[in-house]
Design a protein around this ligand. Structure first.
Ligand SMILES: Nc1ncnc2c1ncn2[C@@H]1O[C@H](COP(=O)(O)OP(=O)(O)OP(=O)(O)O)[C@@H](O)[C@H]1O
Ligand SMILES: [Mg+2]
Length: 147
């Protein structure tokens, strides 16, 4: 697997940047000619990850969120979303469907479950007080038409 194209961006953890992030990732991935369904899956997963940075990682504060997107020769999209926020104490528990630490804020605890079902591979790395990195891999059905 080789990376054929890559982009990175960093923005502030404001909820107004959630739609920016999903649109920017979607515009970059569009060059692989994904199906509408694949693009929607990627947008949904990215939205969930970025929203988590805004509402959990930097709760009551503003911090930086970095998004890196790599397109590979075997037609995969790898999106990494990183924050330097509060981190997650117990990743396994956090990833369980319906688990949320913010039930009072109308959170359903379904973000990780959605990311899991809308991507082919999901990896979460986190250290309390250091931050969290979520990496989503999505394999596209169509082949790259050009380099
Ligand atoms: N980037 C992050 N930094 C710190 N904690 C996080 C982060 N992402 C998720 N979490 C923790 O993991 C829990 C589960 O996340 P998940 O996205 O599945 O549900 P939720 O955000 O609580 O609810 P929903 O996504 O349905 O609105 C969160 O409640 C939060 O405690
Ligand atoms: Mg969430």
């Amino acid at each position: 697997m080789t990376v054929v194209n890559e982009m990175s961006m960093t923005f502030e953890s404001r909820s107004s940047n959630e739609s920016f992030a999903r649109s920017a990732v979607s515009a970059f991935v569009a060059q692989l000619d994904p199906t509408i369904g694949e693009l929607n899956d990627i947008k949904t997963a990215v939205s969930e990850a970025v929203t988590n940075c805004v509402v959990h990682a930097y709760k009551d504060s503003i911090g930086k969120i970095s998004v890196n997107v790599r397109l590979t020769s075997d037609n995969c999209v790898i999106v990494r979303i990183h924050d330097s926020g509060c981190g997650i104490e117990n990743i396994k528990q956090a990833m369980e469907p319906l688990y949320t630490t913010a039930p009072g804020d109308d959170r359903a605890g379904l973000g990780f479950a959605l990311m899991q079902s809308f991507s082919d591979k999901l990896s979460v790395r986190s250290k309390p007080q250091k931050g969290t990195t979520v990496t989503l891999t999505k394999r596209l059905s169509r082949r790259l038409s050009n380099g």
